[in-house]
Design a protein around this ligand. Structure first.
Ligand code: SF4
Ligand code: SF4
Length: 316
């Protein structure tokens, strides 16, 4: 059987996903010897012109990591879609928009001004003048599926070794699940978590650094916002096992549908306040006020997926 021809491409992201296949450990030898790498800029000297010269549909699987933040990202993923049989949204940024999707809380211009200072334009290269100008930003961040059709998702920030392994095993053995498959569990992470969960009423929210959590008990029961009830399993509860709450990087279960929406409903059923005759609503408001950085907590990875198009970000 001919080796699958694969490519890996990094758009708007931190680069962690681009090197994460190494997480599979020694099995990386089998992976690398079982595929033909056609394009992976972090590993080989290959330029856009090389991709343009390839026949349509000549790459078996293109793994794209990072969200879409620039016009160049948009052009490259459309080009790769044309050359690929299968497109894989690899990692939370490609899947959901990821952490950089929180940039959608601000305009593209204000992000640039904050990062580079308001005078940056005076010294910036002129686009088109010498070819070294930075690519133009889109109005907002969008996940990969907002620009092109995605066939599979390998989720996580970055994807955990076991999910990367599942994907490559399927590819190398020529047995892939139905298109649309997300390489993670259908059940929520709580199902894989060894912490004892009692669904205790929450009387106060705390941030992870504010307490030394009981090592055996559910973090949510201890007032730490842990997204385990609405996040797909697949990482074997790597963060909760170490005392850190799940932040939802593997994405929502089908049942939850939306990470923040599902979590708000879970929290609403857990917040309890007041004795008979007391102003329960006022006390519940006070408890909810203890939720710091609500969007950054509940939508850490998925804000961009909810961003409304129309201001120049996406479009198939
Ligand atoms: S999903 Fe996480 S590791 Fe991957 S590019 Fe985005 S921020 Fe980096
Ligand atoms: S710590 Fe988090 S993942 Fe574990 S049982 Fe509690 S809510 Fe679920």
């Amino acid at each position: 059987m001919a080796k699958p021809r694969i490519a890996m491409y990094w758009t708007g992201g931190c680069g962690g996903c681009d090197v994460s296949p190494l997480e599979v450990g020694e099995a990386i030898v089998d992976v690398l010897s079982g595929v033909e790498i056609v394009f992976w800029p972090a590993l080989m000297d290959a330029k856009r012109a090389h991709v343009e010269a390839l026949p349509a549909g000549s790459i078996d699987a293109v793994l794209i990591n990072g969200a879409l933040r620039t016009e160049e990202n948009m052009e490259m993923v459309r080009l790769l879609r044309e050359k690929a049989k299968l497109i894989v949204a690899y990692g939370a940024c490609a899947h959901l928009g990821g952490i950089i999707g929180l940039g959608n809380l601000h305009s593209a211009q204000s992000l640039v001004d904050t990062a580079l200072g308001e005078d940056w334009q005076a010294s910036a290269p002129v686009p088109g003048a010498n070819g070294d100008a930075p690519p133009a930003l889109t109005a907002g961040v969008v996940p990969l599926s907002d620009a092109i059709t995605v066939d599979y998702v390998v989720p996580g920030c970055p994807p955990p070794a076991q999910l990367i392994g599942q994907f490559f095993r399927g590819l190398l053995e020529g047995y892939m699940p139905d298109v649309g498959h997300v390489f993670a569990e259908e059940k929520a992470l709580c199902d894989q978590c060894p912490r004892e969960k009692e669904d205790r009423p929450i009387e106060r929210f705390v941030r992870p650094h504010e307490i030394e959590p009981d090592p055996d008990k559910c973090l949510l029961d201890q007032g730490v916002v842990c997204m385990g009830p609405v996040t797909r399993g697949g990482c074997e509860a790597a963060c909760p096992k170490l005392g850190m709450p799940c932040t939802g990087c593997v994405g929502p279960t089908r049942k939850a549908g939306d990470l923040a929406g599902g979590m708000i409903s879970a929290l609403a059923s857990l917040v309890r306040a007041g004795e008979e005759g007391e102003d329960v609503f006022a006390q519940e408001d006070e408890i909810l006020d203890g939720l710091v950085d609500t969007v950054g907590t509940l939508y850490k990875y998925a804000l961009a997926g909810t961003w409304k198009r129309g201001s120049g970000g996406g479009g198939k």
